[in-house]
Every structure is written in C-alpha cells, then in structure tokens.
Design a protein around this ligand. Structure first.
Ligand SMILES: [Zn+2]
Length: 280
C-alpha cells in the first residue's frame, strides 16, 4: 500500500517542481523577435526574458491575450520597439519600467520600422543596455560587456550596408513600406507598393503608376515578404515582367528559421545580398 502511494506521490512532486520552474515569472518581457534578440544579447542568462509575439504572428495586427497582459503587468521591464507599433503596450501598468527601444532614433513620421536599419538597431541596443543597467545596477558591467560583443556584429553589418552608398542605381521596389529607415540611412530610394501596414492593398491606379515608374527606372525586380500577403507583388511583377525577390522585415522568425540558426543578423545579411541584385 505504502509503495503504491509513494509511486503516485513522487512523480506528482517531481511534476509540481517541474511546473514551478517553468512557470517562474519573467522579469523582462519583450514584444517581438528583434526586441527579444537584442535584449537576450544584452542580459545573457542573467535574467529571465519572455517574448510575447509568437513566431509567424503578424506584429502589425497583433493583440495580446489576457494571460499575456498579466505577464506584462507583472514584469519589471517591458521592452518594445515603438509607440507607433505595439500600441497595446501603452495602457499596461507594469510594476517597473517600460522601455521604448527606439526612443533615441530620429523618427520618420508614423513609421515604426526602425530596427530594419542596422544603424538604428545599434542605437536601440545602446538604449536598452542603458535602461536595463539602471534597473539592474548590479548587472551593469555584465550587460555592457555582452552588449559590446553584440555591437561588434551589428557594426560589421552596418559597415557592409554602407557599401550600398557607392551604387549608381539606388531605387528598389518593395511590397510594404518597411524600409524607409534603411533607405534613409544608406542613401537608397524605396518605392513601396503597399503602405506601412502590409495588409492594406493598393488601388489598381496606384499599381498602374508603379508599373510606369518601374519602366522609367528600368527596374527588373520587385521585393516581397514571405510572411505577408505577396499577391500584390505578384500582380505587379507579372504585369511589369519583373522578377520577385524575397526580403525580410524581421518582424518575426518562424520556428524553422530559428532551428536553422537564423537571427536578426543573418536575415539582414540575406537582405543585403538580395538588395545587391538591384542596387549596384
Ligand atoms: Zn511592417
């Protein structure tokens, strides 16, 4: 009898202990993938970080669940990109601070896509490091050390993008207007088929105008995003006889991408290679 009871009780205790460990509350919560990657690069294993937007979820359309709101409310720090993007963070009253990662970026009106420019990503990592160091002063040195190692990689990426400045042909066509900061920082000219929100479709007359612009500039490529609705880009490419090339706004990373070791940095390197097919 005793043996039977123990056989039932021991696994139950082990199970409970296991639950407690995985359910430990995150001190820092990030909104979506680039914010998570930047923050993890800074804190390492020192602090428990949880990300809100799951892989393959669309950041522009995202609404948190009640459980996610509770997780954010209990967090000491919420790190989000921009007041223009994760508007659902703004009403949350958490127990500590909220960090708008793009606070020091010179903003383009209403456009939240700051992280897609490595130059602005550098500013965001600096700012997150500064704010986390204030909140967790005992870990300041470790954070700064970790951040500088990550910044070496970001600065290398930035230098690679800087080479685009020497190109003669600097115009590129994208599906959604996500590359304005990248264009501004590296001297490029982006023509977007859709607006800031990828789900808003352009009118037939806007598409016709774009076709004329493409022909005028002799552009043969249209950039589209794998995780957004690419029908519009397909329509334009077909009617203008152009080639479709994938580009990534790094608004999320699929499980397959994570498994393959992809990161913000590797995806941005792939973007650079893709852009070089047009910018030359
Ligand atoms: Zn976007």
């Amino acid at each position: 009898m005793k043996k039977v009871l123990l056989a039932l009780v021991i696994p139950a205790l082990v199970f409970l202990a296991g639950c407690q460990k995985t359910a430990s509350k995150p001190e820092v919560v990030t909104t979506f993938e680039p914010m998570y990657e930047f923050t993890k690069a800074i804190v390492g294993d020192k602090i428990n970080v949880e990300n809100i937007v799951a892989s393959n979820q669309e950041i522009h359309e995202f609404e948190p669940s009640a459980k996610q709101v509770a997780t954010m409310t209990n967090a000491k720090v919420i790190i989000y990109n921009s007041n223009d993007l994760e508007k659902w963070v703004l009403p949350i009253k958490n127990k500590g601070i909220k960090v708008e990662a793009s606070a020091t970026v010179d903003k383009i009106k209403d456009d939240p896509h700051t992280w897609i420019s490595p130059k602005e990503a550098i500013k965001e990592v600096d700012y997150i490091t500064e704010q986390l160091s204030k909140k967790f002063p005992d870990d300041k040195k470790a954070f700064e050390k970790n951040a500088s190692a990550y910044l070496v990689k970001l600065k290398k990426l930035d230098a690679e993008f800087d080479t685009l400045k020497d190109a003669k042909q600097k115009t590129f066509i994208t599906q959604h207007e996500a590359f304005s900061y990248l264009a501004r920082d590296y001297g490029l000219h982006e023509i977007a088929i859709a607006g800031l929100d990828p789900d808003v479709e352009p009118s037939p007359s806007a598409l016709a105008k774009l076709k004329v612009e493409m022909e005028k500039a002799g552009l043969k490529n249209v950039y589209f995003e794998n995780n957004a609705n690419s029908k519009i880009a397909e329509t334009l490419a077909k009617s203008a006889g152009a080639k479709l090339i994938g580009i990534n706004t790094v608004e999320g990373l699929s499980d397959a991408q994570k498994k393959a070791g992809e990161t913000y940095i590797t995806l941005m390197q792939e973007n650079l290679t893709a852009l070089k097919e047009t910018i030359k």
